[in-house]
Design a binder for this molecule. Structure first.
Ligand SMILES: NC(=O)c1ccc[n+]([C@@H]2O[C@H](COP(=O)([O-])OP(=O)(O)OC[C@H]3O[C@@H](n4cnc5c(N)ncnc54)[C@H](OP(=O)(O)O)[C@@H]3O)[C@@H](O)[C@H]2O)c1
Length: 315
């Protein structure tokens, strides 16, 4: 493991410099790591725009943040359901109209280990549809704005990227033949990671300014499995999440907040907890498996994503 450039404790929010007046967009910000990331950023005086699917949960989350941090915090909500590309497109339009500057777009929302094959409104296997295709369209639609402002995009991946088939099932992206809750989740997180590195590569090749960062929260006690996982996985997770193998949701938010705020962070890297199995521990640069650098695979994923979503994403 490389030496942690942030010291023994790793990156912590104490490192955040002045972010007063900066605006952070976070998908899936009403729960888990996204909620905790919102709290950290708001505490430091930034503005957070939550991109959530559920207005009731969002209102409750905002109320909780206001009661903890004060009524004058700058937090708002735009409805966006990543499982419905029309909703993503409407939200992107809203964002372009209402948000003057995006300092960072944090692609945090996800579902995981959905027990049976489900489909999004557009007919995609639900985990690939929400986690990758939804964010692919959102990033594409906001890219010009983010690029004009010279800012950054943060993509929250998962150590699951290396636990599945380690490639893409291009002949059956919906997993009609072999649906498996975990392999399919891993497939979607690998897609997010490989897409993000390809995005960095294309930005560099086009001599553009946007910075893209990839991170993961390790193993964190959030509502991820409770919300979308099956009964067996929920029971296992509720036990494991009470052990030292799993850290708090707040710690799980550090990598995404670091990627959204830290200056001079190396790109084409992978950030998260660096301790045991990269599940917990000081936040810094993590090890990543070399198969994520396969640009042929990335290019194919990009064109398959464009075709599936009907979204031409040219850098
Ligand atoms: N927790 C872990 O150990 C772990 C490990 C590896 C990676 N991750 C990654 O960490 C990120 C954060 O997850 P978390 O653990 O904090 O999970 P979480 O507590 O379940 O939070 C996920 C958020 O995503 C939102 N979301 C789900 N489907 C959505 C959709 N269709 N449209 C818009 N928002 C949607 C959820 O909204 P609702 O509240 O409405 O459901 C929630 O706000 C994810 O990218 C996940 O893959 C987590």
């Amino acid at each position: 493991m490389k030496e942690n450039k942030f010291g023994k404790k790793g990156w912590t929010p104490e490192r955040i410099k002045n972010i007063k007046g900066k605006t952070f967009l976070i998908t899936g910000a009403n729960a888990g790591a996204g909620f905790q990331a919102s709290k950290i950023l708001l505490k430091k005086g930034a503005q957070v725009v939550m991109l959530n699917r559920n207005p009731t949960k969002s209102a409750k989350a905002i109320q909780q943040l206001k009661s903890e941090l004060g009524a004058d915090i700058k937090v708002s909500f735009i409805k966006m359901d990543l499982s419905d590309l029309a909703s993503v497109r409407n939200a992107a339009k809203d964002i372009i109209e209402k948000v003057p500057v995006i300092d960072a777009l944090i692609c945090n929302a996800a579902i995981a280990q959905v027990p049976t094959q489900q489909f999004t409104s557009d007919g995609f296997e639900s985990q690939l549809g929400v986690n990758h295709y939804g964010h692919f369209v959102l990033i594409s639609l906001l890219f010009e704005k983010i690029e004009n402002e010279g800012k950054r995009i943060v993509v929250v991946g998962s150590e699951g990227y290396k636990m599945g088939i380690k490639t893409f099932q291009f002949d059956d992206m919906n997993w009609d033949k072999n649906y498996h809750p975990m392999n399919t989740y891993c497939h979607s997180k690998l897609a997010q990671i490989i897409f993000s590195y390809e995005l960095q590569n294309r930005i560099d090749a086009a001599d553009k300014k946007t910075k893209v960062y990839v991170c993961h929260p390790g193993a964190s006690a959030t509502s991820l499995i409770k919300t979308s996982g099956g009964l067996r996985d929920r029971v296992i997770w509720s036990i494991v999440s009470k052990t030292p193998l799993v850290q708090s949701a707040e710690k799980g938010a550090y990598p995404e907040v670091m990627c959204a705020t830290e200056e001079n962070l190396k790109q084409k890297a992978y950030y998260g907890p660096t301790g045991r199995m990269q599940w917990t521990g000081p936040v810094g640069e993590c090890k990543i498996e070399p198969f994520v650098w396969n640009r042929e695979l990335a290019a194919k994923l990009w064109s398959v994503s464009e075709e599936a979503t009907n979204e031409k994403f040219t850098i």
